[in-house]
Design a protein around this ligand. Sequence first.
Ligand code: IVH
Length: 680
Amino acid sequence: MQSDRILQSKTEYEEVAREILEHDRRYYVDDNLTVADGEYDRLRKALLFAEAAHPDWMVPWSPSQRVGHAPLSAFQKVVRAVPMLSLDNTYDEADVREFHERVGRGLQVVGDPEPPVYVVEPKIDGIGIELRFQAGRFVLGATRGDGLMGEDVTQNLRTIKGLPLLLREPVDLLVRGEVYMERADFARLNAERLAGGEEPFKNPRNATGGTLKQLDPRIVAQRPLKILLYEVVEKVGLASHFEVLAWLRQLGLPVTHEVAQVTSLDGLLGAIRAFGERRKNLPFDVDGMVLKVNSFAQREALGFTARAPRWAIAYKYPAQQATTKVLSVEINVGRTGAVTPVALLEPVELAGTTVSRASMHNWDQVKRLGVQIGDFVLVEKAGEIIPQIVAVISEQREGRESELTEIMTPTVCPVCGDELVRRAGEVALRCPDTRPCPAQLREAIDFFCHRDAMNIENVGQKLIEQLVARELVKDLADLYDLTVAQLLLLPRMAEKSATNVIGAIQRSKQTATLSCFITALGIPSIGWVWAQKVADRYRALSTLLDTPPEEIFTTLSALHGFGEERARSVSGFLAEPRNIQLLHKFISRGIVPTEPEQKGEAGPLLGKTVCVTGTLSVPRGDIKKRIEAAGGKFVSAVTGKTSYLVLGEAPGEDKRKSALKNNVSMLDEAGLEALLRGPA
Ligand code: IVH
C-alpha cells in the first residue's frame, strides 16, 4: 500500500481538489472510471486531511463540500432577467411539418436566405432548472417557478455528483437543463420508501420534484438525482446551439450525446422515428423530442411568442399503452395494513417488458374505472414502473357479459378476517390488526430486521413465514425469546444457521441505537431520518415511555421540518396500549436502546456521523467516546448519511466500497485526530 500523501501548500491542495472533481465527473457523467480505487481514496484522504489541518485552505467548491449546509427554513426567491419559457407541444407529424413551414416563412420575412439547420434532442422528463457559474464556480441554481421567479435550490443541486462545482475554465455562464432520476434508481428509492412506511412517488419526475423541494440537503444527497444541460441563456460568442453543446461538454458539464443535426422535414421526422425506438433503452424517461433551430442569428430573427420560442417545438410521443384481459384480482395486505387491489393480467408486452400485474391503487379507483374480472383493459406505462389500468374497453364486453365478474370491495382482511376500516381523510382501506394480522406481522418482522433498522442478518422471508405460521413469533419482541432448539424443529434448518440466526438477533440488543430501534418499529411515515430526530430529542426508550403522548406531539411538531402529521404518528403510536405493552416487553427482554450522547451543543464534529473500520491504535469504545465528546455521532454502518469513514489497519472492504459509492469522506487515524482537535 502506498504511503499517505501530505499536501504541502494551498496550491497543491487546490490541484488535488480539481483532480478529484475531474475523476468524479468522468465517473458520474461519462460512466468511465479513470482512477484506481486506491489512488482515488488516497487523493480524498489527502484532501480531507489538508482541510482538517488547514481550514483556511478550504475552497467552497471542494468535493468534500457537496453537503455543506444546514437545513433551510425556506427557499429564497430568485428573480431572473430572462424568463424560462416553456415549449409548444405537438403530437403528430402534421404539426412537425407546420413547424418547419412556419420557421421557413419566418426566415423569409426577415430575408434570411439560409435554409434552417435543426438540432433534435431528447426532451428529458424531469424538472427544469437554471445554473449560474461565476469564474467557473457553481454559485446559484434555481427552479423554474413561474418562469420569471424561481426558488434558490443551490444547496440541493450541489449534492448531485454529476454536477461539477468547478468548470474546467473560469468562465461566467448561465445555463439551463433538467434534473431527473433514472428509472432503476427511482424503483430502488420507492422500494426503500415502501419499506419505511412512506408513500411511494408516482413517477421519476415527481420523485425529482419532491426531492428538489427538500429543505435538508442531507436528504437530497441520498436521492439519486442526475442532471443534463441543454441551453445557454446569455450569448457566449458561438454561432450555433450545436457548438454550444460541444463547448458545455468541454467545460465539464453533463450534456446528452443523443443529439442529431438535420436539414429538412424528412430529417426531422426520421430523427423522431429513429429515437422513438431507441428511447426505451435509455435509463431515464424521455417524453418526446425537442426540435430546435441551430443558428442563433436565425433564432433571434424568429423570436418568441408570449409563452414559447418560435424557433423550437416539443414533439411528444404517445404514452405507451397496451390492451389485455383482467384474469383476477389479488388483495394485498401491506405492513401498515393497507389492503389494496392488484389486477392479475394476461401477460402482454408493454414498452419492452412483459406485464402481468397492474396496480389499481385503491378500491375507489376500481369503482371509478368500473373494471370487472374478465374485462379487456388499457394498461399504460407513463414513467411509472408498475403499469396502471387506465380504462376499460367497454366495446369488448358485448356478448361476453356472462364472463364478467364484479370486483367486490372487501369488508374483511383476506388474511386474518378482521373487519377493515377506513381512517378519516384516507382513501385506503386498512386491516386494523387487532388479532393481530399475520400478513402485517410478517411484513413488520422483515422491516424490523432490515439493515437500517435492527440490522439482524439471516432472517429471510422464508424463515419469517414459518415463524409466523407456527406462532413462534406473535409479536416483534417474541423474536428475542426464540431459541436454537426451536429453530431446529423447522424444515431445512441446520444447527449452524440456527445458531447464526439466534446470534444475530441477540447481538442486536447491544448494537442497535434508539434511532435504529424507532426505525425498526415501522411507525407510519417515520423512516430513518425522522427516527433519528426523535431519538436525538429523547435519547432513551424509557424517556419516550415516560413522556405523555400529548407532550411528545407538541415537542416533535415544533422540531424543524418534522411536521404535525409525523408528530401525530409518533404520539399516536405511543398512546396505543398495545404498543406500550410491546415496548415494555422489549425492555423486559433486555432491549433498552439509547442514543449515543452528543456532549454539549458544540465540538468540531457537531452534526457529523463517523464510522470506523479496521483496527485503530486505541480500543473502539474509546474512539467512540471521543467522537461523541466532540459532538459527533458514532455509527456502525456506512450509508449516505455518514460523514466520515475512518480506515484503520485491515479495513472492511464493504464499508470502504459503500463509502466510495455514497461519496463519504475517508481518512486515517491521523486524519481523525486532526478532526477531533478541530481547527487550530
Ligand atoms: S429547451 C425556451 N431542451 O421541457 C425553451 N427543454 O416543455 C427552452 N426540457 O421547460 C427549453 N428537455 O424543462 C429544452 N432538451 C431540452 C429539454 C427541455 C426537457 C423541458 C424544459 C422545458 C420544458 C418545455
